[in-house]
Ligand binder design. Structure first.
Ligand code: ARG
Length: 269
């Protein structure tokens, strides 16, 4: 079994953190008086891009814009399923201008793009998981956006309620391993949502609070390799026992903004 996991080539969209900074606080991780080392951030981000390419994935880039310090978090800009793009509408006024350049990137390449009618923070809260889309709400993305995503993609959307402000986006509390399984931190979800997850994924890989606080659930899995924060040691061990291969990538500068590996990665499906 340890060698049975098959990797699938993925296509990712990323945004260089040239203008990355922590200038406002819109989640509990952010404190504007803490300085960010932009050179270190650029190096860490480049190491992520290199790791994706080294594992056979395609990485495309959208140009970063000055004045948008969170634009590096490409995952929030859209959800793409079957070549259809549901763009973003950010809750924080500071991030609203990010939607346009990403939607333009897709339109210029011929994609059908819908701009959501209510708060919708892309793959931050909407995780395509094979037969359905898992969708977070409670802090950012509105339940109306879950309905809009279901209508737009014609794929069932399963609403999950997040309850811990440290795990304000679904992708800080859960990631998809393959079409049949996920890894998650149960306490980040409401009791009812925990039950839903247990019902859908009886064999899920469960993470500890320490794993979650180390951004271990903000991971990207290609079916075999899991690009994961090196601090999530217990989770990496559990994944290895299940036949996945953890690929540690340290994005600690981005943790200061409440983001990690998945946040920096938009998947084009
Ligand atoms: N500072 C950003 C925010 O709070 C971080 C976004 C992280 N992205 C993610 N997909 N979780 O909006």
């Amino acid at each position: 079994m340890p060698d049975s996991r098959v990797p699938h080539r993925r296509r990712f969209l990323v945004c260089e953190p040239r203008h990355f900074a922590v200038r406002y606080a819109i989640n509990p991780w952010m404190s504007p008086d803490r300085s960010v080392d932009v050179i270190r951030a650029l190096d860490q981000w480049q190491a992520l891009v290199d790791a994706y390419r080294a594992h056979g994935h395609t990485v495309e880039r959208v140009a970063p814009l000055p004045g948008l310090p969170d634009m590096v978090f490409a995952a929030n800009a859209a959800v793409v399923v079957g070549g259809r793009v549901l763009g973003s509408r950010f809750l924080a006024p500071e991030r609203r201008a990010e939607s346009l350049p990403y939607e333009a990137w897709f339109k210029e390449r011929g994609y059908e793009v819908q701009h959501p009618g209510s708060v919708c923070e892309g793959e931050g809260d909407l995780a395509p998981a094979g037969r359905w889309i898992l969708a977070g709400t409670g802090f950012r993305t509105a339940p109306e956006a879950h309905r809009e995503a279901q209508e737009f993609f014609g794929v069932p959307v399963i609403s999950l309620t997040l309850v811990d402000p440290y795990f304000y986006h679904l992708d800080t509390a859960l990631f998809v391993l393959d079409n049949d399984n996920v890894a998650y931190y149960p306490e980040a979800f409401s009791p009812g949502s925990r039950e839903v997850l247990a019902r859908l994924y009886p064999d899920a890989v469960l993470a500890t609070r320490a794993d979650a606080l180390a951004f271990g659930l903000n991971s990207v899995c290609d079916g075999r390799h899991v690009f994961i924060s090196p601090g999530a040691t217990a989770l990496a061990g559990r994944l290895a026992e299940r036949g996945y291969v953890p690929v540690p990538v340290d994005l600690s500068e981005f943790h200061k903004a409440g983001g990690g590996i998945k946040c920096c990665t938009q998947e084009i499906r």
